[in-house]
Design a protein around this ligand. Structure first.
Ligand code: PSV
Ligand code: MN
Length: 432
């Protein structure tokens, strides 16, 4: 087999040399400043090194809008090439070894081959994702009017079976979770009976839940609209929470940041789900208007920080059973997906480290004393601290790049892949 182009550790180390001096100078300075706040910078580096966020296989290709998709040269053409790109991304940032597959998009012909391909590249498989929001060739029943919540039991059964197959495949791949997002809902008032459709969904999910291995979790992902534009069956965290509770302890809620109306207080939803023991995980991305699937931290970095403020608070107070699964879920329309995903992984880690800086003892006292202004400034102080040197040093110590995007560009990776992965470039209609 022809040898494929890779970015190796030596190249990364060489690229790091040019930046090392300045970054270490900044690191030393930040260390002194943090020490004045009784914070040990080395602890934060260790935390940044241990932080993980999973990559969605579908994020490695150029996404698209409802109007068009503009593919880039050298895009991955199958699940193996997607894993190749995931390995490259992880080599640069060293925080993304987990990959989340979407079935049937990533259905492998040979499961063992896929498993060893991933292992050879230090990757493993995170949550599986089912797809009952599209019809597949040779599928008996259509999902045009729904899947797990459809009025026809035969359609529901087909959707249930698909989810069971995803779990079965996931078991072979070493995954431990299954995420269910459905597009079921109505476009017109009167089209669907709200209570009946939710009951249908629950009945379907109960069957899937029963087949879930004991050491697995099932995540329910809510979204307020799209593709159903009037009513969506799992439309908000309240419905998701109700269903997760009905199903049992292995079921939890998954929060995709783009799945809420603009200005909704997502950090508070996160706080509630933690309190109720039902926070399963996240799909990180950013949005301005709807489910925009923009890069994490690109539009509302303060919101991302405030979400992590809740997460770190739960982590530090040892909330029982607190173990959320972190993943990115973005669509890259105008950027190279590897660059976007590198930056997003860094932004999510940044929010995690910034949230570690919140003086929680002082904050608790200010809250008790109803000192709104100083409470805000305590939180803000953490947010405005530039933790970039911590993130860079953490990456370097783990073998990654001090500047992942500059290193990636200098490597010529995408041009090499364009040679290796010849494909007819044509503007296609959007996928959504
Ligand atoms: C739906 O918008 C969603 O966020 C779900 O997570 C799907 O699995 C994914 O996007 C598909 O692109
Ligand atoms: Mn999602």
């Amino acid at each position: 087999m022809q040898r494929k182009f890779e970015i190796d550790d030596g190249f990364i180390a060489d690229q790091n040399k040019a930046l090392e001096k300045w970054i270490h100078e900044d690191y030393e300075h930040l260390g002194k400043a943090l020490l004045r706040r009784q914070i040990d910078i080395e602890d934060l580096v260790a935390k940044a090194q241990s932080f993980r966020v999973a990559i969605p296989s579908w994020g490695l290709g150029t996404g698209g809008t409802r109007f068009a998709r503009f593919p880039g040269a050298g895009e991955p053409r199958d699940v193996y090439e997607k894993l190749e790109d995931c390995a490259t991304l992880n080599r640069l940032v060293r925080s993304t070894p987990g990959v989340s597959l979407h079935i049937p998009w990533d259905q492998p012909e040979d499961v063992n081959e896929l498993l060893s391909f991933a292992r050879h590249r230090d990757l493993f498989f995170e949550a599986m994702n089912s797809n009952t929001f599209q019809d597949q060739p040779a599928q008996q029943h259509s999902y045009k009017f729904g899947s797990l919540a459809h009025s026809d039991p035969a359609v529901r059964l087909q959707a249930i079976d698909h989810n069971l197959e995803c779990i079965e495949l996931g078991q072979k791949l070493g995954s431990k979770a299954h995420t269910v997002w459905i597009g079921d809902g109505g476009n017109f008032p009167g089209q669907q009976h709200f209570r009946k459709t939710l009951e249908n969904y629950l009945e379907s999910m109960r069957t899937i839940y029963q087949a879930l291995p004991n050491d697995w979790r099932i995540f329910i992902e809510h979204k307020f609209y799209e593709p159903a534009f009037y009513s969506t069956v799992i439309n908000d965290w309240g419905t998701s929470y109700y269903c997760a509770r009905e199903l049992g302890p292995k079921a939890a809620c998954l929060v995709d940041l783009g799945h809420h109306a603009p200005n909704v207080n997502i950090e508070m939803i996160v706080g509630r789900l933690i309190q109720f023991g039902k926070l399963g995980g996240f799909h990180f991305n950013d949005s301005k208007y709807g489910d925009d699937d923009l890069d994490a931290g690109s539009i509302k970095p303060f919101q991302l920080f405030l979400i992590f403020n809740e997460l770190v608070d739960a982590e530090q107070s040892n909330v029982p059973g607190f173990d959320p699964a972190y993943m990115l879920d973005q669509s890259h329309n105008v950027t190279d997906p590897i660059e976007s995903l590198s930056m997003s992984a860094i932004e999510v880690t940044r929010a995690y480290i910034q949230a570690q800086l919140v003086d929680r003892v002082a904050l608790a006292e200010l809250q008790d004393n109803c000192d709104a202004l100083l409470a805000l400034s305590t939180v803000k102080q953490a947010f405005i601290t530039d933790v970039s040197p911590i993130l860079a040093v953490a990456r370097q110590r783990s073998g990654g790049a001090l500047d992942p995007i500059a290193t990636y560009r200098a490597s010529g990776y995408r041009a090499a892949k364009a040679e290796e992965r010849p494909t007819k470039i044509e503007a296609t209609v959007g996928i959504v």
